[in-house]
Write a protein that binds this ligand. Structure first.
Ligand SMILES: [Zn+2]
Length: 112
């Protein structure tokens, strides 16, 4: 299964589109595909894995900040830099997210 792709119409979301909408949704929420209108949700197991890999480096922020401070950057700049680095990592990891069809009772009927 390809990441960021609609399982119904194979429409692949660009990273920009993904960050605009599905990225901010909760694990159990769903949304309509921008291309075919089919209700989609996340692969929960994939999302949990990505959350662990993507959010874990947040604990490293103080260490990264200290590294920058040791390299003679100001404290504000060091902390901002550390947070941005971890944020970029998190977004990068979540771009591998997988979408699945949202199976709702009653919605299975109008398939095909
Ligand atoms: Zn679609």
């Amino acid at each position: 299964m390809k990441s960021r792709t609609c399982p119904n119409c194979s429409y692949t979301y660009s990273l920009k589109q993904y960050l605009k909408k599905p990225f901010w949704k909760g694990v159990f929420s769903h949304w309509k595909c921008a291309n075919c209108g089919r209700a989609l949700t996340f692969s929960t197991s994939r999302r949990i894995l990505l959350a662990i890999v993507g959010v874990a480096p947040a604990v490293l922020i103080p260490y990264i900040a200290r590294f920058f401070i040791a390299a003679d950057f100001s404290a504000v700049l060091s902390w901002t830099g550390a947070i941005i680095l971890v944020l970029v990592w998190t977004i990068g990891v979540f771009s591998f997210e997988i979408f699945v069809l949202n199976e709702e009772p009653g919605e299975k009927i109008n398939r095909q």
